[in-house]
Design a protein around this ligand. Structure first.
Ligand code: GDP
Length: 358
């Protein structure tokens, strides 16, 4: 499954954010190491096109795409030295295909910072170092066996070379993802190395930061080219309790035009390299999740494996054209509906009907 793992130092607001993600009412205690139970929170990817599709097709319901986040407890300074890096932690990290780091930039004297001060630059470094150290350990453990096995199994020779290259990069203090052009990630897959995953940063901020474009630009620059999301985790939880009008008022008061969870969902989707295509009919208007670059048969397979196996062609209209035409019949009359074959690479916003053999 495609999930992002939430990591971060204690007391940065992980549980608070996670509560908002799951809408569960887990206690967010003002206490380091409070995050214990890992779990998964699923958020919808906001997509205003679906409402329009549902209108055009008189759909009974709308089904947006979703993004999942798994709460990964256990990364703290020194985590790679044992404490906190339990099996559960490793299992959760493995499940995640990207890493979402929550970074504290809110100031609140009532909330203890683990290092005694709010310092996003140093916090990011601490977490990154822990992840790099953990990967180095994984490699140190795995490499002797891989080397030994590669003497009998020649297929492993290239794996050993890739692992050694990864080790060199980690020794230089760099994440593997940052050097992905030099590495064959497929050969490293078995090791589930954490720094091969793309990172996404969530800056847990207060109003003073959220309304300060210069500060935001600086923090964005700090983590670029990774995505950065700015939100107030406490406000995100509060928003869920409010009706639409009050929620908008609260957002206005901190200078935001939409809930931070919306931008988080979009950034998560982007970091995972995902995109959507759309289907619409009287039953439902729906967004389906695929990887960027997926072909039409691959996309069909997301609905049903039989659709991929028996793929004949895809009838496609772009959302913009369908929206402008106002109906499928009008879009067809205007020559906007195309037939695409098995080599077609899906574009974002394609509205699709698949033709297939069963
Ligand atoms: P975790 O250890 O990273 O999971 O952090 P928590 O979510 O438990 O948050 C630690 C403390 O910080 C709790 O008392 C939260 O209420 C508080 N907190 C979390 N987010 C914010 C925020 O955006 N602003 C402020 N002022 N406090 C926050």
């Amino acid at each position: 499954s495609l999930t992002l793992g939430i990591v971060g130092l204690p007391n940065v607001g992980k549980s608070t954010l996670f509560n908002a993600l799951t809408r569960n009412d887990v206690l967010a205690a003002n206490y380091p190491f409070a995050t214990i139970e890992p779990n998964v929170g699923v958020v919808e990817l906001p997509d205003s096109r679906l409402a329009r599709l549902a209108e055009i097709h008189s759909s009974e319901r709308i089904l947006p795409a979703t993004v999942s986040f798994v709460d990964i407890a256990g990364i703290v300074k020194g985590a790679s030295e044992g404490e906190g890096m339990g099996n559960q932690f490793l299992a959760n990290i493995r499940e995640a295909e990207a890493i979402c780091q929550v970074v504290r930039v809110f100031a609140d004297d009532d909330v203890v910072h683990v290092d005694g001060r709010v310092d996003p630059v140093s916090d990011i470094e601490v977490i990154e170092t822990e992840l790099i150290l953990a990967d180095m350990q994984t490699i140190e453990k795995a490499l002797p066996r891989l080397e030994k096995d590669s003497r009998k199994d020649k297929g492993l020779v290239e794996v050993v070379a890739a692992v050694q290259e990864a080790q060199k990069i980690l020794n230089e203090g760099k994440t593997l993802f940052s050097q992905k052009d030099k590495l064959d990630f497929a050969k490293l897959r078995e090791l589930h190395l954490m720094t091969t995953k793309p990172f996404l940063y969530v800056f847990n901020a207060d109003e003073s930061v959220l309304t300060d474009p210069e500060r935001i630009a600086k923090l964005k620059e700090l983590v670029a080219p990774a995505d950065a999301v700015f939100l107030d985790a406490k406000v995100e939880s509060e928003l869920l309790e409010l009706d639409a009008e009050d929620a908008q008022e609260l957002l206005d008061s901190i200078g935001q035009d939409e809930p931070g969870l919306h931008s988080l969902a979009r950034a998560g989707f982007h970091t995972l390299g995902l995109q959507t295509y759309l289907t619409a009919g009287p039953k439902e208007s729906r967004a389906w999740t695929i990887h960027k670059g997926d072909t039409a048969p691959k996309a069909a397979g997301v609905i049903h494996t039989d659709f991929e196996k028996g793929f004949i062609k895809a009838e496609i209209v772009s959302f913009a054209d369908l929206d402008a035409a106002g109906s499928m019949a009008a879009a067809k009359a205007a020559g906007k509906v195309r037939m695409e074959g098995k080599d077609y690479v899906m574009a974002d916003g394609d509205v699709v009907e698949f033709r297939f053999n069963v």
